[in-house]
Design a protein around this ligand. Structure first.
Ligand code: G3I
Length: 429
């Protein structure tokens, strides 16, 4: 099934009796409401499933902005604010497209393809601000593209328990409501992490017994609150160093290894049906870190602690990928312990500026990791860490790098997108 984006646009510039408001849905498969927009708006076809009322004012074609896209992209990483300003320009350009637009891109339904090939989902990470971007949200809403969502920040400790035993869920709840309304299962991210902790916790100087009770209280409260909504939790995140030793954290330093048992046991008690994962980066290359997780799963199971999945974040680098066979071998090593595997935060960054050669290599690299997951039956799904380069975390952390996601900062699919599609279909690029 193929969907044409920016294809011949269905336009209905309305009169005074129009029923559908600006930015509201006005058509698409399974849509049964009014199809006429309010005065000044037109019904714009984004894809077969979603038409939206947008301002009917200008005649700019999105495809005419294509050539300026890469230069903006390369400069967008110098500062976040310059990226933002270029994005708002591109957004207004895109939303004001009209019937003059010619076909420029084809969007295949990643989630539907993944499911048809035996996976549980293809998903995307989302943050609250992204839901306020009507243009970005069009593809985000598409349940055929993304059937799963992970909140990028709003379920973390600093967001959910900013003061001790005071829990704030409004942002996370809004993401959950949206995800449920757009056909996406939810991954909880994350219960216990050394990062994004509130200062009351990191600076509290708590002794072992008190920190155990704080940990149990936090895990129990979150898992209970989202019970029946979250499918799988990242119970612990990034607990090992590259050499397989324990990462220093307030939890490990105070409680020792058993903070992991405590967190998993509390989560399982709060929701016996939820999936329970350990999640980390750099599990793609094999070696000590992979061995550390294999050993941890075995120890947890020997102690009667439930763990159901290893999440491999897969924040990768164009041209520096592990081989297909290494990826498959890692996934199989986890599966051999009796757990599932998921690719949880996929992005593949490059050194800017973007070039055609880098985009071509990035396509191959996405294709490689997707094929590896497809080759392992218990690799259950894949999630990209946002879908467009505009919302990527990379430029703010890795100076001079970016363009890591399958859609560019104009929301147009890159070669990487088609590498994913081919990978899902078992086609080698
Ligand atoms: O919310 C504040 C805002 O109020 C403030 O004005 C702004 C100023 O910089 O900061 C905002 O917080 C930022 C937050 O994202 C929300 O946007 C933090 O500075 C920023 O550090 C934080 O970055 C997040 C990062 O985790 C923190 O470590 C990224 O968005 C998020 O994508 C990233 O996700 C992690 C996964 O959880 C674990 N694996 C690695 C992955 C990438 O780092």
């Amino acid at each position: 099934m193929k969907v044409t984006l920016f294809a011949a646009v269905s336009v209905a510039i309305s009169g005074a009796n129009a029923a559908v408001g600006m930015w509201q849905q006005c058509g698409g498969i399974n849509y049964t409401g009014d199809t006429t927009c309010v005065s000044g708006a037109m019904c714009y076809k984004y894809n077969d499933w979603y038409f939206q009322c947008i301002p009917a004012t200008t005649t700019t074609s999105p495809s005419s902005t294509r050539s300026s896209s890469s230069s903006r992209q390369s400069s967008s990483t110098s500062t976040r604010s310059s990226s933002t300003s270029s994005r708002s320009t591109s957004t207004s350009t895109r939303t004001s497209s009209t019937t003059t637009t010619s076909p420029s891109a084809t969007i295949s339904p990643l989630h539907d393809i993944a499911v048809s090939k035996g996976k549980q989902y293809f998903g995307v990470a989302v943050d609250s601000n992204e839901l306020a971007n009507a243009t970005y949200k069009v593809l985000l809403d598409d349940r055929h593209l993304w059937g799963q969502m992970t909140p990028g920040n709003k379920m973390k400790w600093d967001a959910t328990e900013p003061s001790r035993n005071t829990f704030t869920y409004s942002d996370a709840d809004a993401l959950v409501v949206w995800a449920q309304g757009s056909g996406k299962e939810i991954r909880g991210h994350t219960l216990v992490w050394h990062n994004q902790l509130p200062s009351w916790l990191t600076n509290g100087g708590f002794n072992n017994a008190t920190l155990v009770s704080i940990l149990q209280n936090h895990v129990t409260n979150l898992v209970t609150h989202f019970s029946g909504k979250v499918k799988t939790w990242d119970v612990v995140n990034e607990i090992f160093e590259e050499d397989g030793s324990w990462r220093s954290s307030v939890f490990y330093n105070t409680i020792g290894e058993y903070f992991v048992d405590i967190a998993f046991r509390a989560a399982a008690a709060a929701d016996p049906n939820v999936g329970l994962a350990a999640n980390d980066y750099n599990l793609d290359y094999g070696g000590s870190k992979v061995t550390a997780y294999v050993n941890l799963v075995n120890r947890l199971k020997s102690r009667g602690v439930k763990i159901t999945q290893i999440g491999s974040q897969s924040h990768l680098i164009v041209g520096s990928m592990p081989s297909y066979s290494t990826l498959v071998s890692n996934y199989n090593a986890f599966v051999a312990t009796g757990v599932d595997v998921a690719i949880t935060e996929l992005d593949i960054r490059m050194t800017l500026p973007v070039t055609d050669a880098l985009l071509a290599q990035q396509r191959k690299d996405y294709n490689t990791i997707i094929r590896a997951c497809m080759a392992v039956p218990r690799c259950i799904g894949m999630t990209v860490w946002a879908y467009s380069d505009y919302y990527s975390w990379i430029p703010s952390v890795f100076s001079g790098e970016g363009a890591a996601l399958p859609f560019d900062d104009q929301l147009k699919p890159k070669p990487a997108f088609y590498g994913i599609v081919d990978g899902l279909n078992g086609i080698t690029n």
